[in-house]
Design a protein around this ligand. Sequence first.
Ligand code: 6GU
Length: 240
Amino acid sequence: MRIDVVTIFRDYLTPLDLSLVGKARKAGLLDLRVHDLRDWTSDRHRTVDDTPFGGGAGMVMRPDVWGLALDELLDDDAHLLVPTPSGEPFTQRTAEALAGEQHLVLACGRYEGIDARVAEHYRSRVRVTEYSIGDYVLNGGEVAALVVVEAVARLLPGVVGNPESLVEESHGAAGLLEYPVYTKPPEWAGLEVPDVLLSGHHARVARWRRDEALARTSQRRPDLVAALDVAELDKHDLAT
Ligand code: 6GU
């Protein structure tokens, strides 16, 4: 997969050299390039923003600079992603869909955002999705781009060593939060690991985990329980 990230703060994306994503890049599983939007400016001050029409606080990113950058980076297979707090929710389902694509281009806005004509213009050429990573406000799209790249990259074939670890995790196929996990020592700070996990009884362990996942999800995320796909849950039940 190819991913291009355009930003005025390339340094914000340096964590993508590390850990799993860094390894995926070195292994050639992910061709990730981070670009400085200012490389497409031509004035002495390398200007990328201006005051908003209609007035108000803050600055808006100019469409002409973004246009030069995106004309160069977008090909017919590309999907343009624009992180914005006013976008549609980015979820594990979004990450799964994006992991099947050829080419993602992430346009990181700063200030009050990017002139709305940019998304409108490119919609006639490629798929464009404006997405939000949650109901809070960040200073720009860079952290949201990190989130998307990491969530997508770990789903690419060969990136996560043991693909089984993708199956049971929170927000996995069952739509539940993950059950609590334990390791050695069996007693710590007066707290014991639940007996069932030491029992060696695989069916009982599986049932306990499913029950814990459901209890946790009901308590912390009643919205997820309401959205549960009953058929999907039953499939997981049969698997245990
Ligand atoms: Cl995608 N961008 C910004 N700037 N703030 C956000 C966000 C994105 N998602 C939640 N807050």
